[in-house]
Design a protein around this ligand. Structure first.
Ligand code: XMP
Length: 521
C-alpha cells in the first residue's frame, strides 16, 4: 500500500485500475519489472482507498465490456480529482473518451492481432519510438470522435483514433496493449509513461514486496493459526517461508511423504525448511499407505485419483489433529488462477488440485490465504531467493503432483520406485554436472512395463527398461524433445545400467508434444 516506506520515504506507486482485462496482472507485472511499485484496484473500489494509495499515476486497464452499453464500468471521479497522469489502455481509452465527451462505436468486427501503428503527433508517451511500430490489438469498440481538448497521436489502418492525448494535461489513451510482448517496444511506452510522464522513482525492490506481503499477512491473520500443505515445490515453499516470516510458529506446515517423491527429496525438504529455516513442519510419512492403495492399479487416471484422494485423506487427518486453525494457506500463483469468460475476475478462485482441500471438514471453516496469487513464476522464484530458499530448490524442474506414480508405467511397487528414483537421480545429477539442467525445461526418467534382455559379464539378465525424457518448452503446452549430446546420453546410460542392478536397457524419448505428452501417463 501507499504506506510502504523505505527509510521512511514513501515508495512511488502506480495504480492499475482494473476493468476486468485478462492483461491487468500483466500490466502490474510490467510496472514491477521496471522496479516501480504497482497495485491493482477494481474500478469500483471505495474512493478513500484510492486516495490512501496516493499514486503517482494511474493506468486504466482494458476490459470485456462495451462502453456503448449502459451501466458498464466508468473511471471514478476521484481519479480525475487527483490531477495525476493517466494512461487508458483499450477499454480504459474508450471509457475515458466517452466520459470526456468523445464518442465510441462498436466496430463491425472485433480486431484481434497485430496492427501497424503510425505515430502522427509528437508525444512524450512515444518518445524514442520509430514512427511506425507493430502493436497488439484486441478490441471490439473504438473511438470515433475525439473529445474536445484531446488530439490524435497515432492511428492504424482500421482504427483512425488509435492513440490520443490531452492537449494540456498528462492524460494519454491507447487502443492497443503495450503490456504484451507482441507489441514492439511496449515496455518503452510504459517506461515513458512511468518515468517521463509520472516521474515515478524506480526504488521498489523485491525486499519491499516481502515487507508489504508480511504486513498484509499479519493484518489478515492476526494471532490466528494457519495451515499449509508443503510439497517442497517452488510455490508452496515460498508461501511457507513468507508466512513463517510473518507469523512464525502460528504457521503449521504439513508435508506428506507419499513415497513417490524423487530420491532424497523428503529428507531434503525437512533439512531445508525444518532444520535450516526452523519452520514448524509436521512430516506425515505415509509411504506404505499410498503403496497399499495403489496395489494392482495400472490405469493412469485411476492412479492419479487414488494418489489425490489419499493425499486429501492424510492431509485432513493431520489438520483435524491440530487445534484452533483458522486459515488455510495455498501457494496459488497467477497462472493457476482460472480464466473465467475471457477475463480473470477477482472472484475467480481455484484450489490447486494437488492441495485440494475439498475433503476438509466444513466445521473447520478455514479462510483461504494466498499470498502469491498475483505473482508470476519468475517473480515467485526471485522472492524465494530473497527469502533465503536455496537456489537449487527454486530452480528445480516442475514435478507432477502424483510424482513417480505416473512415471512407473503400470503397477507401482516398492522395488520399481527404488529403481526409478536411482535412475532419475543419475540422469539429473549428470545434467547438472554437464550444465545442461538449466537448458532443458523438464527432465526425468520413466520406468517402462517391459523387460529386456541384457548381458552382464557372461550372464544374460532379463531386467527393466528405463526411458529418459528431456524437453524444452516455454509454457508446457507444447514441447520439443531436447537434443542432448550423444556422448552425454551414452554416459548416463552406462551409469544407469552399471549402477542399478535391475536395469538392462536405457532408451531416449524423441517425441515432441503434441502429439506426445511430456509425461508418459
Ligand atoms: P503433460 O504430460 O500433460 O505435462 O504434457 C505437462 C506438464 O504438467 C505436468 N503434469 C502434471 N502435474 N499433476 C500435476 O501436478 C498431474 O497429474 C500432471 N500430469 C502432468 C507435467 O509434469 C508437465 O510439467
Amino acid at each position: 500500500m501507499s504506506d510502504l516506506s523505505v527509510n521512511n520515504k514513501t515508495i512511488d506507486t502506480i495504480l492499475v485500475l482494473d476493468f476486468g482485462s485478462q492483461y491487468t496482472q500483466l500490466i502490474a507485472r510490467r510496472v514491477r519489472e521496471l522496479d516501480v511499485y504497482s497495485e491493482i484496484l477494481p474500478w469500483d473500489i471505495e474512493e478513500e482507498k484510492i486516495i490512501k494509495l496516493n499514486p503517482k499515476g494511474v493506468i486504466l486497464s482494458g476490459g470485456p465490456n462495451s462502453v456503448t452499453d449502459s451501466y458498464t464500468p466508468r473511471v471514478p471521479q476521484v481519479i480525475f480529482d487527483l490531477n495525476i497522469p493517466l494512461l487508458g489502455i483499450c477499454y480504459g481509452m474508450q471509457t475515458l473518451a466517452e466520459q470526456m465527451g468523445g464518442h465510441v462505436i462498436s466496430a463491425d468486427k472485433k480486431e484481434f492481432g497485430h496492427a501497424e501503428l503510425e505515430i502522427v503527433t509528437d508525444s512524450l508517451l512515444f518518445k524514442n519510438l520509430n514512427r511506425k511500430i507493430n502493436v497488439w490489438m484486441s478490441h471490439g469498440d473504438q473511438v470515433q470522435d475525439i473529445p474536445d481538448e484531446y488530439e490524435l497521436i497515432a492511428l492504424t489502418s482500421t482504427a483512425p483514433i488509435a492513440a490520443m492525448q490531452h492537449k494540456n494535461l498528462p492524460i494519454y489513451a491507447i487502443q492497443f496493449h503495450p503490456e504484451v510482448t507482441h507489441t514492439e517496444n511496449g515496455l518503452l511506452i510504459l517506461k515513458n509513461f512511468i518515468f517521463n510522464i509520472c516521474a515515478a522513482c524506480n526504488d521498489w525492490k523485491m525486499d519491499n514486496l516481502i515487507s508489504s506481503r508480511i504486513e498484509d499477512i499479519k493484518s489478515k491473520v492476526g494471532n490466528n493459526k494457519v495451515l499449509l500443505g508443503l510439497s517442497g515445490g517452488v510455490d508452496s515453499s515460498v508461501t511457507a517461508v513468507l508466512l513463517h516470516k510473518a507469523i512464525g510458529k502460528n504457521l503449521t506446515c504439513v508435508f506428506v511423504d507419499n513415497g513417490l517423491l524423487r530420491k532424497g527429496e523428503s529428507d531434503q525438504v525437512m533439512q531445508t525448511f525444518k532444520e535450516n529455516m526452523n519452520l514448524n513442519i509436521i512430516k506425515s510419512d505415509n509411504k506404505d499407505l499410498f503403496l497399499r492403495h495403489l496395489e494392482n492399479i495400472d490405469d493412469p487416471e485411476q492412479k492419479r485419483k487414488i494418489i489425490g484422494r489419499s493425499f486429501i485423506d492424510v492431509f485432513d487427518a493431520e489438520a483435524i489433529k491440530l487445534k484452533d486453525i483458522n486459515f488455510l494457506a495455498q501457494g496459488t500463483i497467477y497462472p493457476d488462477v482460472i480464466e473465467s469468460s475471457g477475463s480473470e475476475s477477482n472472484e475467480a478462485r481455484v484450489i490447486k488440485s494437488h492441495h485440494n482441500v475439498g475433503g476438509l471438514p466444513e466445521e473447520m471453516e478455514l479462510d483461504l490465504i494466498e499470498p502469491l496469487r498475483d505473482l508470476f513464476k519468475d517473480e515467485v522464484r526471485r522472492l524465494g531467493i530473497e527469502l533465503g530458499i536455496p537456489k537449487e530448490m527454486l530452480d528445480r524442474h516442475p514435478f507432477p503432483g502424483p510424482g513417480l506414480g505416473v512415471r512407473i508405467i503400470g503397477e507401482i511397487t516398492k522395488e520399481k520406485i527404488s529403481i526409478l528414483q536411482q535412475a532419475d537421480n543419475i540422469f539429473i545429477e549428470e545434467l547438472i554436472k554437464a550444465e545442461l539442467y538449466e537448458k532443458v525445461s523438464q527432465a526425468f526418467a520413466v520406468l517402462l512395463p517391459v523387460k529386456s534382455v541384457g548381458v552382464v559379464g557372461d550372464e544374460r539378465r532379463y531386467a527393466e527398461v528405463i526411458a529418459l525424457r528431456a524437453v524444452e518448452t516455454v509454457d508446457f503446452m507444447t514441447a520439443k524433445w531436447a537434443h542432448l549430446p550423444y556422448d552425454f546420453l551414452e554416459h548416463v546410460s552406462n551409469r544407469i545400467v552399471n549402477e542399478i542392478e535391475g536395469v538392462s536397457r536405457v532408451v531416449y524419448d524423441i517425441s515432441s508434444k503434441p502429439p506426445a505428452t511430456i509425461e508418459w501417463e
